[in-house]
Write a protein that binds this ligand. Structure first.
Ligand code: DX5
Ligand code: ZN
Length: 222
């Protein structure tokens, strides 16, 4: 079954605990935490204190704390993110000249390593590292902001990555992030995604978080 990973970037920060709890009550599988440094991506989001606040709530529900690091030199902060409650730490290939070392360092901290790539970065840049990761994240928008439109070419990239994972017999999650809603969720899952990230379509709009998550589930059942 396709997993849902609500991104707290789009949550109401004045009521963060309530919003995360509502997503978990509605059956969110992962809680996706977007860390931005204002250097690798233009915007600055949040860091350790927010992760420390959210991780124990996710843990109460048995959900996975999925941390997406959009920061330069992520190797400098792995230990602190691990201690702050990350279950998965995903780094961008574009930020890691010594990606193999970084992935090993994450695993040695007892955290699942993930790797991701920008829309214009080719899948071939992942070929050597695929056997070593527990999650591969396909960015379907340019990272840095919520609320952007899904880049259509991402679907073919997901299909090709699914083939690459199947060829090596990898059970890694294939996660997709950016511009995902109940309207395109089934298409993305059919292409081979196993985890869908969504910020705006879960926490934004006029409907409740529970209604939004139910809409995803309905879309994915068809
Ligand atoms: C973008 C982030 C996404 C973002 C998704 O840089 O990595 O996780 O929160 O937001 P939506 O679902 O609004 O595109
Ligand atoms: Zn993200």
């Amino acid at each position: 079954m396709t997993k849902l990973a609500p991104s707290i970037l789009a949550a109401d920060f004045t009521r963060l605990g309530e919003e995360v709890t509502a997503a978990l009550e509605a059956g969110a599988d992962y809680i996706h935490v977007d860390v931005m440094d204002g250097r690798f991506v233009p915007s600055i989001s949040f860091g350790f204190p927010i992760l420390r606040a959210v991780a124990p709530i996710a843990r109460q529900y048995g959900a996975t704390v999925d941390v997406h690091l959009m920061i330069e030199q992520p190797e400098r902060y792995l230990e602190e993110f691990a201690h702050a409650g990350a279950d998965i730490l995903t780094v961008h290939v574009e930020t890691c000249p010594h990606l193999h070392r970084t992935i090993q360092a994450i695993r040695e901290l007892g955290v699942k390593p993930g790797v991701t790539l920008n829309p214009a970065t080719p899948l071939i840049s992942l070929e050597e590292i695929l056997p070593d990761v527990d999650l591969v994240l396909v960015m379907s928008v340019n990272p840095g902001f919520g609320g952007q439109s899904y880049i259509p070419g991402s679907t073919d990239k997901i299909r090709r990555l699914r083939q690459m994972l199947d060829v090596i017999g990898s059970a890694a999650d294939l996660e997709v992030d950016g511009g995902i809603s109940p309207e395109n969720a089934a298409m993305i899952a059919d292409a081979g995604a196993s985890v869908l990230v969504s910020g705006t379509a879960v926490f934004g709009g006029p409907n409740t978080i529970a209604e939004n998550i139910a809409a995803f589930r309905r879309a994915l059942e068809q």
